[in-house]
Design a protein around this ligand. Structure first.
Ligand SMILES: CC(C)(COP(=O)(O)OP(=O)(O)OC[C@H]1O[C@@H](n2cnc3c(N)ncnc32)[C@H](O)[C@@H]1OP(=O)(O)O)[C@@H](O)C(=O)NCCC(=O)NCCS
Length: 229
């Protein structure tokens, strides 16, 4: 799912089944120790995915602990993202020299629960979802918008260290190319030394899932630093 949404120099590993807690580091066990079984399973499997993906970049196995606001703490010089939902876990990582940010998200391909869309969508997005729904009624566009916004947040937060609410990005979906642009509606914090105007990403709908991914190239950080820093 995710590997078809990102350039081939981004290392991706996915799992459809949980395989136990093998390979967890003591510090990870400490974090997850008292959690319910479902949370332990997703936490463990997605970290197995992350370590496999890191291995493809030549990075030896390390603990991947949740940092501020739950963002994963990657080894030095690595940028990455993780996602889990029923029946799917995935991690994507790349060298910081190549990317400034990665955000991946997968969700079941089902309508959002009642009342959620109005919390997630901006007015112009509601108009767009109605148009998309009339042209492609088999796709749950509300869930797609949701996964895109989760990918936006997972890209945004590690760079900025700031919360972003659902109105903080205005998403334009291109059904034909299975891509999207998320225009950020809030300024980037000055201290993050990069002006994040928009994220471009790709999505797919397959195997009962909807997934999205954003890979923000590192040139963006370099050029922004040159301009702002
Ligand atoms: C954090 C959040 C994005 C996670 O998304 P989710 O669909 O609930 O969960 P997923 O299973 O796909 O992803 C969970 C993983 O996201 C990662 N994650 C959690 N917080 C994160 C953060 N602040 N920044 C980056 N990644 C984060 C973690 O790796 C987590 O897995 P782990 O706890 O096992 O380490 C979501 O719970 C959230 O808080 N959303 C509100 C903010 C938002 O979406 N704003 C919209 C901006 S337009």
């Amino acid at each position: 799912m995710i590997d078809r949404l990102v350039p081939d120099w981004v290392a991706v590993s996915e799992a459809r089944f949980d395989t136990g807690e093998e390979g967890l580091f003591p510090a990870e066990i400490e974090v997850i120790g008292t959690a319910v079984a479902k949370r332990r399973a997703e936490f463990s499997t997605v970290r197995q995915c992350a370590r496999r993906a890191l291995g493809r970049l030549g990075v030896p196995p390390v603990p991947i602990l949740p940092g501020p606001r739950g963002a994963p703490q990657w080894p030095a010089e690595i940028v990455g993202s993780m996602t889990h939902c029923a029946g799917f876990r995935a991690a994507a990582v790349a060298r910081a020299g190549q990317v400034a940010g990665i955000g991946i998200d997968a969700e079941p391909h089902e309508p959002l629960p009642d009342g959620v869309l109005k919390l997630v969508a901006r007015d112009e997005e509601l108009v767009q979802l109605a148009e998309l729904g009339s042209r492609h009624p088999h796709v749950h566009w509300d869930r797609l918008l949701f996964t895109i916004k989760e990918s936006v947040y997972k890209t945004w937060f590690p760079i900025t260290g700031e919360w972003l609410d659902f109105s903080g990005a205005s998403v334009r979906i291109d059904a034909a190319s299975q891509s999207f642009t998320a225009r950020l509606t809030v300024p980037s914090p000055i201290r993050c030394n990069i002006e994040l105007a928009a994220f471009h990403g790709r999505f797919c709908v397959a195997d009962g899932l909807v997934a999205s991914a954003i890979v923000l190239p590192a040139e963006r950080r370099l050029s922004a630093s040159a301009t702002i820093g």
